[in-house]
Design a protein around this ligand. Structure first.
Ligand code: IMP
Length: 195
């Protein structure tokens, strides 16, 4: 299904299958279908918003249609909000064990996941939508669900890590839920204004 066959459809550019599955679950509640394309786009170094804006604009022009991309990260207060925009590199190098070592004997374990959706069309300026969920860093990895930092992140009001929550549960209030929840109604209005 693509955007010409079904107007309530959005093309999500990502190489991350976990993100696709989460986004499908969330968009389903807004009656929007997700078409996934693993296009690959240059990831500039910068704030999440800049990366999302640049990626969306690049992909929309390459594909000649509206797209979304997402840039996310884990921001830890006691580490001056590290790894933040370096989250991908840090996950691949230090990994969760490395983060737990950095957090050894640190009392203030506040952290947040941030997700920024970048939307662009070949003709319009890119727009971004931020979603944040607060929580804290666990003392050890826990859980078999989710991906990347999920086993070390305990969302606020929970005793369990994202790795211990099912996708459905994580989708109820995650950073991705919150960014997509802001994007979805805006996108529906946008489609109407384009008619
Ligand atoms: P990306 O650049 O948006 O793909 O994300 C930066 C890093 O954060 C990558 O290592 C991702 O795997 C990780 N990440 C992004 N979203 C999540 C999430 O929802 N849970 C756990 N890790 C995530």
């Amino acid at each position: 299904m693509n955007q010409t066959e079904n107007p309530l459809c959005i093309t999500f550019i990502t190489g991350n299958q976990h993100k696709v599955k989460e986004a499908q679950g969330i968009f389903h509640q807004f009656n929007i279908q997700v078409e996934h394309i693993d296009l690959g786009y240059p990831e500039i170094q910068g704030e999440l918003e800049d990366v999302a804006r640049f990626g969306a604009e690049y992909a929309a022009r390459r594909l000649g249609r509206p797209v979304i991309v997402e840039d996310a990260g884990l921001f830890i207060k006691a580490l001056n909000w590290f790894p933040g925009t370096y989250s991908s590199y840090v996950q691949d190098t230090l990994g969760n064990e490395g983060i737990l070592k950095l957090m050894k004997n640190v009392n203030d374990r506040y952290a947040e996941f941030r997700s920024v959706i970048g939307f662009a069309t070949p003709k319009t300026e890119p727009k971004t939508f931020l979603g944040v969920v607060g929580g804290h860093i666990a003392h050890q990895e826990k859980g078999k669900y989710g991906f990347a930092y999920d086993p070390i992140f305990i969302p606020e009001k929970y005793d369990l890590t994202f790795g211990e929550l099912t996708r459905e549960k994580k989708n109820e209030f995650s950073h991705r839920r919150r960014s997509l929840e802001r994007f979805a109604p805006w996108y529906k209005d946008f489609l109407v204004s384009e008619e």
